[in-house]
Design a protein around this ligand. Sequence first.
Ligand code: HEM
Length: 153
Amino acid sequence: MSVTESLLVVHVLSVVLWIGGVAFVTTIVLPMLASWPAAQRFAVFREIERRFGTEARVLVVAAGASGGALLFRLRLTGLLFRPQGAWLDGMIGLWTLFALLLFVAEPLFLHRKMTEMAQRDPSRAHALLVRGHRLLLALAVIVIIAGVWGATG
Ligand code: HEM
């Protein structure tokens, strides 16, 4: 297997595991917790997110590093500022959004704000988490479809 093929394997595998985790939380964990008592609901969700958060951070770094390396090896940097390269801009945009959420917003204020809200108004906190995760998953699905189309078309 060539270096470029290995990088593509790392890239696709990181994306599958990372976005697969987001899909699991969005479509299984959050709907399941909706019927639980408020106090338990948030504690369980926090524990799942704490574990998945660490995994997601590693996967986001791996996806970004392998994607960046592929960009240069495949000589695709020239596409970044052209309409035909919108699929690449989408990948980088979504990656930046997740990186900011996981590495900046979460540790700086998001974790604290969500904990406060969950204590004050658990239903609102749950609804916000559902909406946020659905939005991120929908964006990821669009970027994956565009990425496969862009890379093969
Ligand atoms: C810094 C961020 C990223 C960069 C620089 C990047 C760059 C790339 C490059 C250069 C390729 C190879 C294209 C080719 O084979 O011609 C690729 C493939 C791919 N990327 Fe990304 N990517 C990034 C993030 C993401 C994200 C966030 C997703 C999805 C959520 C994603 C999904 C994919 C998929 C599914 C492919 C495989 C396409 C295929 O071979 O069929 N990438 N990426």
